[in-house]
Design a binder for this molecule. Structure first.
Ligand code: GLP
Length: 266
């Protein structure tokens, strides 16, 4: 796992966007895994800027989103379909036919989940998966105790996650407790994982993920077994890391080309 600590969220977003830009310029038909939540909003803003001002072309890119609520309309203000349109898809040139988001209204959810996995395989797998992290170390909607080998499936949210996500819903409106999410095993098959983590509220989760034991109580910790995970964070999110000085030293002394994706794409 590569830890990149930046002085601010803006600086972290520029680093993360540059990694995606480099991938898309090298592989125009790249397959991107995308995340929702507050964390990736600034990254998407930076990608939109690169598209508008630097001609970053997404016309051959395919995307797969991590997760979606069960039982709310794609038009609902808190739906991840709507989030993605508002924060990225309406502002860049990814063809609608190349966009994949779990269908939380599928009549047969297990069947839909198998289909989603098949679509990822048919696309050739995910080149780069964007991730955020929950306060308890969840990724996608893979709550604590999720199987570290899990695939796309229906999950039940914890009370903590429901409370954390209440802010995206109207006051008093119930947050669905069922969701469809890519599994931890699905995420682990991505060629590269690019995680963002911001703020002191994520410091414990980041510490557990980077320096703690691998365990289902912190699903993100399994990324220690992933061949290429890059975690870009701000100072408050890094505040509990014991080896922070070492991670800073590594990044500051890298040649520029290694600051992007060091492993070639297959
Ligand atoms: C939700 C999402 C995750 C996200 C997490 C953290 O549970 N399903 O993908 O990483 O929340 O959200 P935020 O970025 O808003 O802190």
């Amino acid at each position: 796992m590569e830890v990149i600590i930046q002085p601010s969220q803006d600086a972290a977003n520029v680093v993360a966007a540059r990694i995606i830009e480099d991938l898309v310029r090298r592989k125009p038909a790249a397959v991107l895994g995308l995340a929702t939540g507050g964390t990736p909003v600034g990254l998407y803003k930076e990608l939109i800027r690169l598209h508008r001002e630097n001609g970053l072309d997404f016309s051959r890119v395919t995307t797969f989103n991590l997760d979606e609520y069960v039982g709310i309309s794609p038009e609902h203000p808190a739906s991840y379909h709507r989030f993605m349109r508002e924060n990225l898809f309406d502002h860049v040139n990814i063809p609608a036919a190349n966009i994949n988001i779990p269908d939380g209204n599928a009549p047969d959810i297990p069947r839909f989940c198998a289909y989603y996995e098949e679509q990822i395989r048919r696309a050739g797998g995910i080149d780069l998966q964007v991730l955020g992290i929950g306060h308890d170390g969840h990724i996608g909607f893979n709550e604590s105790t999720s199987s570290l080998a899990s695939r796309t499936r229906i999950k039940t949210l914890t009370t903590e996650t429901i409370e954390a996500n209440q802010r995206f819903f109207a006051p008093g409106e119930p947050v669905p407790y069922h969701v469809v999410t890519m599994g931890v095993g699905t995420i682990m098959e991505s060629h590269t994982c690019l995680m963002l983590a911001f703020g002191a509220g994520k410091a414990h989760a980041v510490e557990a993920m980077v320096e703690g034991p691998i365990m289902a109580m912190c699903p993100a910790s399994v990324l220690q077994m992933h061949r290429q995970t890059i975690v870009v964070m701000d100072e408050p999110a890094a505040s509990r890391l014991k080896k922070a000085a070492y991670y800073r030293h590594i990044y500051e002394n890298k040649p520029d080309y290694q600051k992007l994706c060091p492993f070639p794409l297959v």
